[in-house]
Design a protein around this ligand. Structure first.
Ligand code: FO1
Length: 317
């Protein structure tokens, strides 16, 4: 049997870009995209799943590439009305995006699991590849700060990552089991590689690794595990990774990314601007590919996907 199935682990914006690249170069039956749900929260009675939305919109070609999240060509009438009504306006819900949150919340309330809802909505948007929540149980990321523990979206959006971070924890773990499709993908006989997309290891990938049994299952699978580093030129392009690393007392370098994934990691793909990190990474026994990792368009996404797959010894044709 050819072991060619790829399991990709993704957070939001940066991860979603590589996930879209992988979907562009792999057939639907050869790819399962597992998405972080630690950022999810209940807001104004709706269930919001920002990373599932980012991956869904990226694969459907609906994503706003300038803002980095949400739907392109968005309008904001709902927000204006909510504001006028005196309701919370710190988290921006676009008019088109609202359709997603309403549909998801409605179907969940009707008794579907998050996996079932996600499969339904992605399929109805014409996406053939499997976008799978890491768990159907709530596992919520919280950031410890000098102002106390904050729920992820409070830290990220309301506070704009300003408080000094002291730690990260996942409410609901242990106790959250992998979603059925995640468990099935981990057990596939034809699993050929695991690709960790360029998402924040602490805030976006760790929640996935914290789902019951996942870290152990990944360690036991004897297939290449390749991570694409989210650092670019010694910093994070968007998001709080560089600030977070500094506040947690870790160097802002790929050594910290490698340290974080530890024994799980076989191969790290790093940005050309961080070529200076290569020697140190190789000295710890890692395989390294140095390549431009900034993804500005479809061509960049597909090229980086092929680089990651080559590192994972997966043929893309
Ligand atoms: N990010 C922001 O910085 N501000 C927002 O108001 C905001 C709203 C939002 C609504 C729906 C959605 O799916 C994502 C949204 N995001 C927003 C992005 C999100 O907070 C983060 O990108 C992820 O949670 C981190 O991966």
């Amino acid at each position: 049997m050819t072991k060619k199935h790829v399991l990709a682990l993704s957070g939001g914006v940066g991860g979603a870009k590589l996930a879209a690249g992988l979907a562009a170069v792999l057939a639907p039956e050869d790819l399962t995209i597992i998405v972080n749900t630690g950022d999810d929260f209940e807001h104004l009675g709706l269930t919001i799943c920002p990373d599932i939305d980012s991956v869904t919109y990226a694969l459907a070609g609906l994503n706003d590439t300038v803002r980095g999240w949400g739907v392109k060509g968005e309008t904001w009438q709902t927000m204006a009305m909510l504001r006028g009504l005196g309701e919370a306006d710190w988290f921006n819900l676009g008019d088109r995006d609202m359709g997603m949150h309403i549909a998801r919340s409605w179907r969940l309330r009707e008794g579907e699991t998050l996996s079932q809802v996600t499969a339904r909505l992605t399929c109805n948007l014409g996406i053939a590849h499997a976008i799978v929540p890491m768990s159907d149980a709530p596992l919520r990321t919280q950031v410890g700060t000098d102002e106390g523990w904050l729920d992820f979206q409070r830290y990220f959006v309301a506070e704009q990552c300003r408080p000094v971070a002291t730690g990260v924890r996942f409410e609901g773990a242990p106790g959250a089991t992998p979603s059925p499709a995640f468990a099935a993908a981990l057990a596939r006989e034809d699993l050929g590689a695991i690709v960790i997309c360029p998402s924040n290891p602490y805030l976006s990938v760790d929640p996935i690794l914290s789902v019951d049994g996942v870290r152990e299952a990944l360690a036991q699978r004897r297939v290449p595990l390749v991570a694409v580093s989210p650092l670019v030129g010694g910093t994070s392009l968007k998001g709080p990774l560089a600030k977070l690393l500094g506040e947690l007392g870790k160097p802002v370098s790929n050594a910290s990314i490698a340290d974080h994934y530890g024994d799980l990691l076989d191969h790290l793909v790093i940005d050309a601007g961080d070529a200076g990190d290569e020697g140190g990474l190789r000295a710890r026994g890692l395989c390294v590919t140095v390549t431009p990792t900034v993804m500005c368009g479809a061509e960049d996404r597909e090229r980086l996907a092929r680089v990651a797959l080559t590192a994972a010894r997966i043929e893309t044709g």
